[in-house]
Design a protein around this ligand. Structure first.
Ligand code: FMN
Length: 182
């Protein structure tokens, strides 16, 4: 058995027990390419809303765990639906925690890919674009071809081979990412 050389932290933007996006994340984890390990961040819904005084005095254990997971990972994959034309609040909150301390947050320098599904023709593209922008402002690095917004009106993303390939292409791009030389 080989040891995975690339670890990808996965942030899921839906807390729903039967979440399609969560199932997509689990499918990708189970079908991860050789040498790539996907670790889904649990308990995002239990992290308090970001608050600077709380962070300065008593960073919640759930936020510490998220920071440790992302800090120990080579890349970040977000799998999310869209809420009201943007990313769900739970995901926005996770990015806020990962963006601090300012300039040295756990997400700084990590390549980020964003995929997801919604039952609309657009597949969550506004949420996905906003996530890349927000993560980039937080210090993450957007990768080429790093967004896949998949409508589930006509395909089942859990069984469609082409959709799985498009999602896996993002995972592969994250694994292949090499930071630009300084
Ligand atoms: C509060 C709320 C707002 C939503 N807004 C949007 C939206 O703006 N665009 C969209 O495509 N879907 C929207 N939806 C539908 C979600 O995309 C849909 O519920 C999706 O299946 C959730 O993903 P999940 O199965 O992973 O939980 C919204 C759903 C909720 C609960």
């Amino acid at each position: 058995m080989t040891t995975p050389s690339t670890r990808v932290a996965v942030l899921v933007g839906s807390l729903r027990a039967e979440s399609t996006n969560r199932k997509v994340a689990e499918l990708l984890r189970d079908r991860a390419p050789e040498g790539v390990e996907l670790v889904i961040a649990d308990h995002l819904g239990e992290i308090p809303f970001y608050e600077e005084n709380l962070d300065a005095t008593a960073t919640p254990a759930t936020a510490v765990a998220l920071r440790e997971l992302v800090g120990a990972s080579d890349a970040v994959l977000v799998v999310t639906p869209e809420y009201n034309g943007t990313m769900p609040a739970v995901l926005n909150n996770a990015i806020d925690w990962l963006s601090r301390p300012y300039g040295v947050g756990a997400i700084v320098g990590k390549p980020v890919g964003v995929i997801g599904t919604t039952p609309t023709p657009y597949g969550g593209k506004w949420a996905h674009a906003d996530t890349v922008r927000s993560a980039g402002i937080a210090g993450a690095v957007a990768i080429d071809g790093g967004i896949v917004s998949q409508s589930v009106l006509e395909v089942d993303p859990l069984t469609d081979v082409d959709v799985l390939e498009r999602f896996l292409a993002v995972v592969n791009a994250l694994a292949a990412f090499e930071p630009a030389a300084a």
